[in-house]
Structures are given as structure tokens and as C-alpha cells.
Design a protein around this ligand. Structure first.
Ligand SMILES: *Cc1c(COP(=O)(O)O)cnc(C)c1O
Length: 357
């Protein structure tokens, strides 16, 4: 049976990416060696790193001030590395609290400086993006989580004009929609939601915002050293970098960010409009803040909800159970999910509702 994979992360990758990655494990570029067995500074691997970074630059249309880094440690290390480089001891940064992931970012930043809450969705249980924002004018930067993967919310209006540098965790919507990426001072995103395999994290940083803090930054956490070494300060996660490269090539061949955004919009519109039209399903997120990447919904009867998830799984529609912390259902609609999979899911949803009414 063909499976339709709606997992939240790690999540679906294009079939051709998986095939090419498998091939590279056996015989990389006809070298007779596995990708896993070659030096990262060899003429075989160096072009992989260079092309991956170049494709990010191209797909995001970055200007010369913005540097592209592929680092270890996931988005979680960035929760710490960002304030380590941008927030001085005793200085203040503004954070928006929109759910689990932004809360983790706030916790780490508070270890290194002062955090001012620019807005919080806590009182409405993170079902809406806070607005308006109240930003401390002294802020070193404003941090947002452009897509809250667990809550199922997304910033559809980016606060570009807040008056302070903008930093974003884009782990779960990177390269899914056109944004003015050059207007961010720093963007980070773990690869495993929308861009590739776990183990590599993309960081895009405007080099003009570096070198302003007074603390001594440990070498491995200093973006300037990673820039200087071309993202090869130490052994990079070679396999994850290669899968990232394959996924970026796939995205470019699809027409890039603008083209994939159109498909992503179709997918999300189809799913949400179907769920809205059936009383059995409840959509807890405020309509204007719904995520195009992670659709969160529930059935009021927990027994029926379990039946729904089990029946979907039996039909090959996998990964739709909500995050363990919030329950309900969550369908992730990342770039690699084709519209046809969403059409099949929607047919299943309608048929389930028909049988139960
Ligand atoms: C998954 C996720 C993270 C954590 O990423 P890791 O690479 O596992 O550290 C952080 N932020 C958001 C928005 C995520 O979706």
C-alpha cells in the first residue's frame, strides 16, 4: 500500500531525494566509495557543501551581506547560539511567545541576557498570534517563531518594521513561502521539517550584526568563525548536508519558493475548507493565524477521534496524530507532500464524516 506521510518532523522527503541519497551511500558520484567514507575536505565533498550553500542563497535571493551556514546542533542549539552572538550580558531582547518552540528559545536567551515579552498567546492557549506587539526600544533584536509546529499557528504578517533587527526560527516553514529574507538579521531552521534530513541546521545571518557583544564567545558558538571556515570549522554532518542539497535541487527544479508556495496554498486551502464544512471537526486556531504547514484540528468525542486516526492509518494516511502535549490531530503539509496526497486525505475525511452522520 502506498503511504501518505503527514508526519510533523522528521517528515516526508521527495521520493527521488531518497533514491539519490540511497545511491550515494553505495557509490557516491561513481567514486566507488560511499558518501560516508570520504573526507569532507576532498574534491568529492567540498562541491556538495558549496552547492548547498549557493542554492540556499539563490532560492532565498540573499544579498551579499547575508551569509549561509550549515551547522550542527539543530534549531535547539540556535536558541542559545543566537543570544550568545547578538545579546550582550545585561542587554535586552524582545521575544514573542507563541507556543512550545518560542518558549524554549526564550528560556535559553534568558540565561544570557534579559528577555522582554513583546507579545504572548498564552492567555488564549496559543490559538492566535499576539498582536499588537510591545517592543522595548532598547532591544538588541526581536525574535519570532514564524511557524509554531505544535500549536499550528503561523505569522502571516511579518513584523519587519518593528524598529529593531529581526531574528526568526523558521524550522517548520523555511522555503515554503516567499518572504523578504534579506530583511531578517538572522534566520535559523533545522533541516528535517521542510528541507532534508535531521542533523544539519541552516543559519542565514547578516554579517553586519555580528561582533557587537562584549562577551567571549566559545569558538564553536561563534558565527564569525563558521563563516571564516566556510561552514567547515569541524567535520560537517556530511550525509545530512547531501540530503539537503538534493532537496534544494528538487525545489529549484519545481520552480523554487514562489512555485511551491502556490501548491502549499492549494493544499492548505483544500484541507481547511473541507474541515470547516464538516461539523464533526473543530479547528481551534484563529482563522487568520492558521498554519499552512501544520493543520491542527480535533474531534470533540475522544473515542471518535481515536477511531478517525486509526481508520486513516489503516488507509495509509500516516502521521496525523496531534503532538503528545496537545492531543487532537495534526496534518503536516510540508513542501514534499503533493497535492494528490491531500486530495486523498480529504476524500477519506469526507467519507468518514458521511459514515458517522
Ligand atoms: C522542530 C523544531 C525545532 C527543534 O529543532 P531541532 O532541530 O530538533 O533542534 C525548533 N523550532 C521549531 C519551530 C521546530 O519546528
Amino acid at each position: 500500500m502506498k503511504l501518505h506521510n503527514f508526519n510533523a518532523g522528521p517528515s516526508a522527503l521527495p521520493a527521488e531525494v531518497i533514491d539519490q541519497a540511497a545511491q550515494a551511500l553505495h557509490n557516491f558520484n561513481n567514486s566507488g566509495l560511499s558518501l560516508l567514507e570520504i573526507g569532507h575536505r576532498t574534491p568529492l565533498f567540498v562541491p556538495v557543501m558549496e552547492e548547498a550553500r549557493q542554492l540556499v542563497r539563490e532560492l532565498m535571493q540573499l544579498d551579499a551581506d547575508h551569509e549561509v551556514l550549515l551547522l550542527h546542533g539543530g534549531a535547539t542549539l540556535q536558541f542559545l547560539q543566537v543570544p550568545m552572538n547578538l545579546l550582550d550580558q545585561g542587554a535586552v531582547a524582545s521575544y514573542t511567545e507563541t507556543g512550545t518552540w518560542s518558549q524554549k528559545a526564550i528560556k535559553e536567551a534568558a540565561l544570557l541576557g534579559k528577555v522582554s515579552l513583546a507579545g504572548s498567546g498564552e492567555e488564549n492557549n496559543f490559538t492566535a498570534i499576539p498582536s499588537p506587539l510591545y517592543i522595548d526600544p532598547q532591544s538588541a533584536y526581536l525574535h519570532i517563531t514564524t511557524n509554531e509546529t505544535i500549536a499550528g499557528t503561523q505569522w502571516h504578517t511579518i513584523p519587519y518594521n518593528s524598529g529593531c533587527p529581526l531574528v526568526a526560527d523558521m524550522s517548520s516553514d523555511i522555503l515554503s513561502r516567499s518572504l523578504d529574507f534579506n530583511r531578517f538579521d538572522l534566520i535559523y531552521a533545522g533541516a528535517q521539517k521542510n528541507m532534508g534530513a535531521a542533523g544539519v541546521c541552516l543559519v542565514v545571518v547578516n554579517k553586519k550584526c555580528l561582533g557587537k557583544v562584549t562577551r567571549t564567545i566559545p569558538s564553536f558558538l561563534d558565527y564569525r568563525l563558521h563563516i571564516k571556515e566556510g561552514s567547515m570549522l569541524n567535520t560537517p554532518p556530511v550525509f545530512a548536508v547531501y540530503v539537503l542539497l538534493l532537496t534544494l535541487r528538487w525545489l529549484k527544479a519545481k520552480g523554487g519558493v514562489h512555485a511551491i508556495e502556490k501548491i502549499n496554498t492549494q493544499k492548505a486551502t483544500l484541507l481547511y475548507s473541507t474541515l470547516e464544512s464538516i461539523p464533526l471537526f473543530r479547528l481551534p486556531i484563529q482563522k487568520k493565524d492558521r498554519s499552512m504547514m501544520n493543520a491542527v484540528f480535533l474531534l470533540d468525542d475522544p473515542m471518535l477521534q481515536k477511531e478517525f486516526i486509526d481508520a486513516a492509518t489503516a488507509e495509509g494516511l500516516v502521521g496525523i496524530e496531534g503532538h503528545r502535549s496537545v492531543g487532537g490531530c495534526r496534518v503536516s503539509l510540508y513542501n514534499a507532500i503533493p497535492l494528490s496526497s491531500v486530495e486523498i486525505l480529504v476524500d477519506f475525511i469526507k467519507e468518514f464524516a458521511r459514515k458517522k452522520s
